[in-house]
Structure formats: structure tokens, C-alpha cells
Design a protein around this ligand. Structure first.
Ligand code: GTP
Ligand code: MG
Ligand code: ZN
Length: 312
């Protein structure tokens, strides 16, 4: 008889497939394919040796000898895997950025967008805390929204009632979606607003209970609009130096659209003559802010120390 993680396999054990919807304290919670039942499982020891640990969003095979507990035995090949937040097979990412408290800089928004694009995931913007703006800040935020819409990104805001939004439904249906962004920007709040039963703890709720700030500590998929939407812990240090510098322009859509028209095939859009990107910048078709973000990220990548075993 085989032994896995100290658990003896026995005759009652059955084989199942499902998707990991939550990972917490060494347990993986799997929604079984046929019944939708949730099994609490552990990973098999040898995943760790292979440097392959199960992630939320993974499709897995598992064995269980009762309705509740089991053991993950295999992870299906992934379409992609985000390290931060740790979610696999992601189709769509809501970049959540607060316009105040904390005010998120456009440079940081651009950085998150490049990170998401580089993983082959479709980004969408959600701007929160518009209700806290003073009158003279409103115009700046309107410009920000217009800028990203012109590039082609869908932009949602906290001013909209999204709980019944058909546009949002069409975007989310049948997809694995993550909310990405710094801590405190309102990811859990946004998700609560669109969930059929919005009961995720947010800072406000725990303040009322006198327990101080509530911050999300694990990733979890929730059923919403016919898709799976992950609330995840916030993070702000995004490493982009795994991106080859010559590929960076692939991840800014308005640069990507023009790069074929630059005179030099390896154009970095900085010092070269007859650069279509710089021409578009001069003509006001590419924004100075996006161009500055690009140059800053390019220089950061170019000056990064070469690393081995960089994550993809
Ligand atoms: N006024 C206002 N407050 C908001 C809005 N969105 C979120 N908040 C508040 O901002 C605080 C942080 O919100 P959370 O939803 O917990 O933030 P989070 O992004 O999930 O943070 P982490 O879980 O730490 O990553 C809470 O007090 C929310 O009530 C908004 O649109 N307007
Ligand atoms: Mg949260
Ligand atoms: Zn160029």
C-alpha cells in the first residue's frame, strides 16, 4: 500500500477533478467538477520538491475517501501563473487604483498594466474612491480616465453601480478574474459590491468591530457574473526586470501598434531617428505620461543586474 503524506490510501478512495478556489494554511479548497462540492485537501509532498506548488485557479486531480478531505495528486498544465497575487489560469485582471487615500500615481498604474500585459492577461481598470475627491481634483481624474480609454482599456469607477452591469457581466462570464492592486485601494470593497452576497471583510467592517484594519491575506475565487473572481492580498512592489527591454513596447498597446513603423527594427523609441513612437508623442497621439513611464521602465530593466533563474 502506498503512503502519501502519512495518509494511507485505501479502497474507499475515489478520484476526482476540480479547481482550487482557495489556499489557506497549507490546505487547498477544491470545487469538484461534477457536484460543485468543496473538498479540503492537502498537496502531495513531492510537488514541493519539483518546485511546483498548487495555486488558486489550478485545475487538479485529487483523491478523497470522504466528502470533505483529500489529497491533490496532479496539477493540469497552466495557461499562465501570476506570482503576485498567486493565481493560475487568469483570463482577466482588474487593476484597482484609488484616486485618493492612497493616491496612486499614473506611473504605478502603467507599471501594473505592463506587468499584467506581460503575462498575457487582459487588463481592465477600476478606479476607486471617486467620492472622496475635492471639486478641483475631479478634472484630473476625468483626464486619467480618458487617457486609458483612448488606449483601449475599459475603465470602471466607484461612481458606477456595477452590481447589475451588463458590460461587467459580459467581461467576467466564464473567466478567471483577479483584482490586483496595492493594499487599501478597495479590491475587497469592489468585489463585495458585485457579489450576490457581499460578505468579504474590508477595513471598514473590522474597524467597526474594533479589530483595526482588515486586510486580505489569502487569495480566494468567488462566483460572480458566471465567472470566478479572486480577491487577493494587495502588493505594490512589482518587479518588471524579467521582461527583456526590447519586448517592453509590446506591453504598451499604443506603442505596440506603432513600432512596426519605426525606421529601425530594434528601435528603443528614445535616441533613434524616424521613430514612429516619438513622432506620435510630438503630435500628441501618445501621452507624455505614458512615454515617461516607458522610458523609466526601460532604463530600470536596462540597468538591472543580470539574474539567473528569473521568473518568466
Ligand atoms: N470612500 C470610499 N472608501 C472606499 C472605497 N473603496 C474602498 N474604500 C475603503 O477603503 C478601505 C480599504 O478597502 P479594502 O476593500 O479593504 O481594500 P483592499 O484593496 O481589499 O486592501 P487589502 O485587502 O489590504 O489589499 C476600506 O475602509 C474601504 O471602506 C470607495 O470607493 N470610497
Ligand atoms: Mg482586501
Ligand atoms: Zn521607435
Amino acid at each position: 500500500m502506498l503512503e502519501n503524506n502519512g495518509q494511507k490510501q485505501n479502497d474507499k478512495q475515489k478520484h476526482y477533478r476540480g479547481q482550487i478556489i482557495k489556499a489557506l494554511s497549507g490546505f487547498y479548497y477544491i470545487e469538484e467538477n461534477q457536484t460543485g462540492q468543496i473538498y479540503q485537501t492537502r498537496g502531495r509532498g513531492n510537488f514541493r520538491q519539483k518546485d511546483q506548488s498548487p495555486l488558486v485557479g489550478d485545475w487538479v486531480e485529487f483523491v478523497a475517501d470522504n466528502d470533505q478531505e483529500g489529497l491533490v495528486t496532479a496539477i493540469a498544465e497552466r495557461k499562465n501563473a501570476m506570482i503576485r497575487p498567486p493565481v493560475a489560469n487568469v483570463d482577466l485582471a482588474f487593476l484597482v487604483a484609488s484616486v485618493t487615500d492612497p493616491t496612486i500615481s499614473p506611473k504605478l498604474i502603467d507599471r501594473y498594466l505592463v506587468y499584467i500585459e506581460s503575462l498575457g492577461i487582459q487588463p481592465v481598470l477600476y478606479l476607486s474612491k471617486l467620492d472622496l475627491l475635492t471639486e478641483n481634483q475631479v478634472q484630473d481624474v476625468d483626464q486619467l480616465i480618458a487617457l486609458y480609454q483612448e488606449i483601449g482599456y475599459a475603465v470602471f469607477t466607484s461612481e458606477q453601480d456595477l452590481s447589475q452591469s451588463q458590460t461587467l457581466k459580459d467581461l467576467v462570464q466564464d473567466k478567471v478574474v483577479v483584482a490586483v492592486g496595492q493594499s487599501g485601494v478597495g479590491k475587497s470593497t469592489f468585489l463585495n459590491e458585485i457579489l450576490p452576497v457581499g460578505d468579504i471583510a474590508t477595513a471598514e467592517i473590522s474597524k467597526r468591530l474594533g479589530r483595526g484594519r482588515h486586510t486580505t491575506r489569502h487569495s480566494e475565487l468567488h462566483d460572480v457574473f458566471g465567472g470566478k473572481f479572486a480577491d487577493t492580498p494587495g502588493f505594490s512592489n512589482i518587479s518588471i526586470d524579467y521582461i527583456p527591454k526590447e519586448d517592453l513596447d509590446n506591453y504598451l498597446p499604443e506603442f505596440f501598434a506603432l513600432k512596426g513603423q519605426c525606421k529601425f527594427r530594434e528601435c528603443t523609441h528614445q535616441h533613434e531617428p524616424k521613430c514612429a513612437v516619438k513622432a506620435a508623442l510630438a503630435a500628441g497621439q501618445i501621452s507624455q505620461q505614458r512615454y515617461d513611464s516607458y522610458v523609466q521602465m526601460y532604463q530600470e530593466i536596462a540597468s538591472a543586474k543580470p539574474q539567473y533563474n528569473k521568473r518568466k
